[in-house]
Design a protein around this ligand. Structure first.
Ligand SMILES: [Zn+2]
Ligand SMILES: [Zn+2]
Length: 101
């Protein structure tokens, strides 16, 4: 059965796709393994040794890319962010892709 959607419907569908994809995380990647976080990704504020050397984690669980690395529980500014996939630490700023392409 041949079936064609009207240009109006096509426009609406395009808008919906744009909204769904625009969560702001598509330009963020692990510098080591290229893993990309999503809005559902979570980190835990736990005491850690090298390289952050942070003693006093408050065990808040949140998405660190929604706060640019700042823990909403204890206000600690994390300079380093661990990758849940490769477990490597990278500077938080290095996760943001700099070039447009
Ligand atoms: Zn990684
Ligand atoms: Zn904390």
């Amino acid at each position: 059965m041949a079936y064609k959607i009207s240009p109006e419907v096509e426009e609406i569908l395009k808008e919906l796709v744009k909204d769904a994809g625009g969560d702001g995380f598509e330009r963020i990647r692990c510098p080591l393994c290229r893993w990309q976080p999503t809005a559902e990704s979570r980190w835990c504020c736990a005491s850690s040794g090298e390289p952050e050397n942070f003693d006093g984690g408050c065990y808040t669980v949140w998405n660190t890319f929604e706060t640019r690395g700042r823990c909403p529980g204890c206000n600690h500014q994390w300079r380093w962010t661990i990758c849940p996939r490769c477990h490597g630490w990278s500077l938080h700023n290095d996760w943001y892709e700099k070039n447009a392409s």
